[in-house]
Design a protein around this ligand. Structure first.
Ligand code: HEM
Length: 515
């Protein structure tokens, strides 16, 4: 039954209207008017067979089956696509995977992102959107706003304009600097208490995720969750939530970014995903409810600037809950994974690590090198490899006609790895963010749309300022307390909804005093 009910929703989604600025429509053309535009099918891309489409590229390969997009290891899937097919690649249109174009040309990226900046439609989390809006067993199903991650159009705009002045306000976010300091100091105490005799950890990733949850919830829930207590059982809401963030990203990748029939029938993967989304939704509601109740029982603070949750609650409790849900989903693995990659780059570039430590020891308080290390980590390994938009009109891109509703994946990770944008592109060189214009390494020599780790424009990351302060505090305290090394073979990058290094994280953390 579910299959019959779900299909009209998908058709309905493709109808969703986006108001598009006529100015953008007429202002840019990308090929002369008299040239006959080619169709989507003509775009280069992995070979396709009748009925099964490109599926053979997505399954393990051997000499009869290409399999080149099945968990590529040496290169990310984006690098494989760019190297094989060039700056525009056709993917999808089979087995429920919608027709998409992947774009690796910075001028085109700029053109698309600027054109789609009125009411940008980012159709990434379709299975989560389905859960939030349509899944019958969802106890808190809403027919009105479901959050920034899953709403589109005017509904999205209404929430975003409510939230922007609060979450994007540097003064409000600065209020949390001391809290982030305390969180990170407590984290360091925990690291010391659980560190093995070889100065390594059983599950470093989980520890950083706990730190990320503790930090972001200090803002979003207005309270400390005390994630670092050593006696928290494995089935506690805190540990279940951290696990669920990873599980939700994993399920979303399986359903939303890969071929699959869940859009038509209830596959086992679909059922599993709905249970996982439900678990996360319940957990976040549990934390939100506790925080809201606590706030209501506290006496009003005289002359004190109100925090994010208080401000949101004054406007609308539903918006506060939706933002809480999105932030605890989008603000944990992202921040944690960027910091893991920053630590890895610093561990494998000891002279840069020492330089950073020297800066932190000095009396300079602008921390230019610290900020440069974070930018460089985001360049080499952004948490999210690409930004995604659904076309609000027909496009003419590099001689191809991309019809309205086409999903356009505009990549920045691959653009950041090109020498034409960043000389010595594969090397970790934080200095490129500091040196003057005359230096060939100067970041400003790159196309300005090569680097956009937090997205673009009105739909860019709403947690960016929070993440920025969190990451600076984390990295500065860790580097001042520990000498970081990496023990073992280099990690392999997994490109998913969020990039990460799967498997064990072999960091060695020695106390600075020991060195
Ligand atoms: C280093 C950490 C982070 C990175 C790299 C990152 C990156 C991104 C990117 C690329 C987008 C999509 C932007 C677009 O489509 O143009 C996004 C959206 C979003 N992020 Fe982040 N993010 C980070 C941390 C956070 C944090 C800490 C929070 C919450 C406190 C957060 C909440 C969100 C939300 C709610 C959206 C959806 C915004 C909308 O659609 O209006 N993110 N993020």
């Amino acid at each position: 039954m579910q299959s019959i009910k779900r299909l009209p929703w998908i058709l309905q989604r493709t109808d969703q209207n986006i108001i598009f600025s006529l100015k953008a429509l007429v202002s840019t053309t990308t090929s002369p008017k008299n040239v006959q535009l080619k169709e989507w099918n003509d775009i280069p891309g992995p070979s396709s067979l009748p009925v099964i489409g490109q599926i053979l590229h997505f399954i393990p390969g051997d000499r009869f089956v290409p399999g080149d997009l099945y968990k590529p290891t040496e290169m990310t899937m984006n690098d494989v696509l760019y190297n094989k097919y060039g700056p525009i690649v056709r993917i999808g249109g089979f087995f429920g995977l919608p027709k998409m174009v992947y774009i690796y040309n910075a001028d085109m990226v700029e053109y698309i992102l600027r054109s789609e900046d009125q009411l940008p439609n980012r159709p990434v989390f379709q299975s989560i959107e389905y859960y939030r809006k349509h899944y019958k067993k969802n106890k808190h199903r809403s027919t009105t706003g479901t959050g920034l991650v899953t709403d589109q159009g005017e509904l999205w705009k209404a929430t975003r304009s409510t939230v922007n002045p609060i979450m994007m306000n540097p003064k409000t976010i600065k209020l949390y600097s001391n809290t982030f300091d305390e969180v990170t100091e407590d984290f360091i105490t925990r690291l010391r208490s659980i560190r093995r005799t070889d100065n390594m950890f059983d599950n470093f990733r989980f520890e950083i995720n706990l730190w990320a949850l503790e930090s972001v919830s200090a803002v979003i829930l207005g309270t400390r969750l005390n994630c670092f207590n050593t006696d928290i059982p494995d089935d506690s809401p805190i540990k279940r939530l951290v696990k669920s963030v990873h599980d939700v990203f994993y399920m979303s990748e399986e359903l939303d970014l890969k071929p699959g029939l869940w859009r038509f029938i209830s596959t086992p993967m679909f059922k599993k995903a709905m249970n996982i989304y439900e678990e996360q939704s319940n957990l976040i509601r549990y934390f939100m409810k506790n925080s809201i109740e606590n706030l209501k029982t506290q006496p009003p603070k005289a002359n004190e600037e109100k925090g994010v949750l208080e401000k949101l609650l004054e406007i609308d409790e539903n918006v506060a809950i939706n933002i809480g849900r999105d932030s605890l989903f989008a603000g944990i693995d992202t921040t944690a994974n960027v910091l893991i990659s920053a630590l890895h780059f610093l561990a494998t570039n000891q002279e840069k690590q020492n330089k950073l430590r020297e800066e932190l020891k000095s009396s300079e308080d602008n921390n230019l090198y610290l900020k440069a290390c974070i930018k460089e980590s985001l360049r080499l390994l952004p948490a999210v490899a690409a930004n995604i938009r659904k076309a609000s009109r027909d496009y003419n891109i590099m001689g191809y006609k991309l019809p309205k509703d086409m999903i356009m994946v505009v990549n920045h990770q691959t653009l950041c790895h090109l020498e034409e944008n960043y000389p010595k592109a594969k090397e970790f060189i934080p200095e490129r963010w500091i040196v003057g214009k005359s230096d060939p390494l100067h970041y400003g020599n790159a196309h300005k749309f090569a680097y956009s780790p937090f997205g673009f424009g009105t739909r860019s990351c709403v947690g960016r300022r929070i993440a920025q302060v969190e990451m600076e505090v984390f990295l500065s305290k860790i580097i001042q307390n520990f000498h970081i090394e990496w023990n073992g073979s280099p990690p392999i990058l997994k490109t998913s909804v969020v990039n990460y290094f799967p498997g064990n994280l072999n960091f060695v953390l020695r106390d600075i005093a020991e060195k």
